[in-house]
Design a protein around this ligand. Structure first.
Ligand SMILES: Nc1ncnc2c1ncn2[C@@H]1O[C@H](COP(=O)(O)OP(=O)(O)O)[C@@H](O)[C@H]1O
Ligand SMILES: [Mg+2]
Length: 224
């Protein structure tokens, strides 16, 4: 699912350049549950941005779901970002004036008419346990429920790969572990490949691969 070959990413040039990722080589099979840990600034978000086709300014080769990201044109890349990958963020990134259904189906507001959209939005909200919150605004939901809406939004386009950047970072431990159970179920029951950046590695007990980044370098990639 993920093949990275000697990936490096620098910000800036010359003396001021920061090496965000250095010479990362990695193979992740479809169906894996990958956690990424490391201190702040170690390159975790940079790695996710490259995996999701959000950042193409790297050296080396990245092949995700059979696609060499560097060989895609803008159209193909945007298709890849919208349909192959689902993103989940620490701060949920929901639009406050839209209800749960609208937040989930948001991507169809900007693309061609999709008559199945409302039905599918309802389906993914049910999948994350929010069947009875379809018409709630984010302000009427708890943190854990907001993150469930964000996960439903990520599932909406039926992606194969979920990229989650500190998805429990804004939640208490108990709520966080429920969100992790949901990711585990999406992996085990729905067959999604999951890559989750986390500070709370103790919560992710069922990872198939635990990556540890230090100053942009992979210091381990063990199968626990
Ligand atoms: N847009 C940017 N411009 C300049 N430097 C950046 C930018 N984004 C990240 N960096 C630097 O790259 C390194 C890795 O950052 P990041 O991937 O955000 O780490 P993490 O997510 O692990 O906290 C850090 O040194 C950070 O300061
Ligand atoms: Mg980060």
């Amino acid at each position: 699912m993920i093949h990275l070959d000697h990936i490096s990413r620098k910000y800036g040039t010359g003396e001021a350049a920061t090496s965000a990722l250095s010479d990362l080589t990695l193979d992740v099979p479809a169906g894996a549950f990958v956690t990424v840990v490391g201190t702040s600034g170690s390159g975790k978000t940079t790695l996710l941005n490259i995996l999701g086709g959000l950042d193409g300014d790297y050296s080396g080769t990245a092949v995700i779901a059979g696609k060499n990201l560097k060989q895609m044109n803008d159209r193909e890349l945007s298709r890849f970002r919208n349909q192959v990958v689902g993103f989940v963020f620490q701060h949920f990134n929901l639009l406050e004036h839209l209800d749960a259904l609208q937040n989930v189906a948001l991507s169809t507001f900007f693309s061609r008419e999709d008559t199945q959209a409302p039905e599918r939005a309802e389906e993914v909200l049910a999948r994350v346990g929010l069947r009875d919150k379809l018409r709630k605004l984010p302000g009427q939901l708890s943190g854990g429920q907001k993150q469930r809406v964000a996960i439903a939004r990520a599932l909406f386009s039926r992606p194969r790969l979920i990229l989650a950047d500190e998805p429990t970072g804004n939640l208490d431990t108990n709520t966080g572990s429920q969100i992790i159970s949901l990711f585990e179920s999406l992996n085990a029951d729905d067959g999604l490949t999951v890559v989750a950046v986390t500070h709370e590695e103790f919560l992710f007990k069922n990872a198939t691969l635990a990556l540890h980044l230090e100053d942009g370098r992979l210091v381990n990639g063990q199968n626990p």
